[in-house]
Design a protein around this ligand. Sequence first.
Ligand code: CAO
Length: 430
Amino acid sequence: MSEIREIHVPDIGDFKDLPVIEVLVKPGDKVAFDDPLLTLESDKASMDVPSPGAGTVVSVIIKEGDRVSKGSSILTLQMAADEAPAIQSAVAVSEVSIKDSPASAPVVAKPVAPVAPAVNASGVKPHASPSVRSYARKLGVDVSKVAATGKGGRMLREDVERFVKDALVRLDSPAPRGDQSAGLNLLPWPDVDFAKFGTVEKFALSRIKKISGANLSRNWVMIPHVTNNEEADITELEAFRVQLNKEGGKDAIKYTMLAFLIKAAVASLKAFPQFNSSLGSEDGEPILILKQYYHIGFAADTPNGLVVPVIRDADQKGIGQIATECGELARKARDGKLGPADMTGGTFTVSSLGGIGGTGFTPIINAPEVAILGVTRAQIRPVWDGNGFAPRLILPLALSWDHRVVDGAASARFLQHLAALLADFRRITL
Ligand code: CAO
């Protein structure tokens, strides 16, 4: 025996006429008790309305953009007869909780962008549709541990799949790269209602920011980073670059400092091959994989976030070709047109903030690479030449390196070598 029941918005405290920002179910979906049916947004937080019972959605009455208050019709649900009492108890629960705290469960509030683990650590339910929850249940995945990357922090089927894949990779990864979960046992992320302290605006993170953020966090936490600093006198090199650009005709190449840096980085990697490597493992033993190719990534700032396109076989290319390819890849990056092939296989990265400014920074290693060169703005400085001070153009360099693979002495030598090449580019031919 089953019966069809109309489900209504429960008591949502003092809130009235709240906009529906997302409907999470469609006719035919099976929902369990407490699965979220729709998301409402108040001026303080967004909140999920949970299902008061288990059943199959027959029809959805509400749509995105509608405004609702207590008692508004949401949908009709076909329920087993013995589910009917659950409806009453669920509404009763929501009334109590809402009165206690208008921004908490069971109408689940999300005052901050809900990247799932951080939010869940603070006790807020993950934001996933019934079908995603049921998929996760089928795979034995605890949704509270899955990082959500969908619109508005919603959990996608792909998030569950990524979680499973990562878990399998962790199982397969033996000791050298350590405990992949890092076992940090950290405090939960502070769950602050910022709107309590002043006006705020909320924005979803771009796809690039979500992906690069997750990668940067892992790299920062798992790699023992050290950064060495050095200065290169690029007075002559800059004069040469300016001269080359002056000589060029209408369709001439624009020689950039970045292209010279990539070429000099390749020569330094050849002299110090451990900087062009990755950690790996074979038969359960840690190994170092030295690469005999030189694919150099460069950080490119785009309106949607940071990306790292890769110049392939930079050792086999002239500075003009490198400059041209960097220009093309940077344009593609800004237009959001980089494909996976443009961004994979890098062996070392150059991150140049020289065109923007700064005197130094600590770049984060782009794993599985083991080092990254950070460059900031060159400035004219008085440099003692033995007789007096001469104005010289000095370029600050920062090299972050993985202390599991290289050490401070090697890094200081690498930077000295690089600085010497930049100071006198003829050395690159030696
Ligand atoms: N010192 C002084 N001036 C510099 C310089 C330096 N180190 N590097 C570049 N400049 C100058 C250039 O000469 C250029 O001037 P001209 O047009 O007169 O020649 C001007 O700054 C602009 O350069 P640019 O930054 O547009 O070009 P680029 O080739 O140096 O850099 C790119 C290209 C893609 C690296 C850059 O656009 C970019 O995205 N940089 C940001 C990278 C980043 O975000 N890194 C941080 C990662 S960690 O979050």
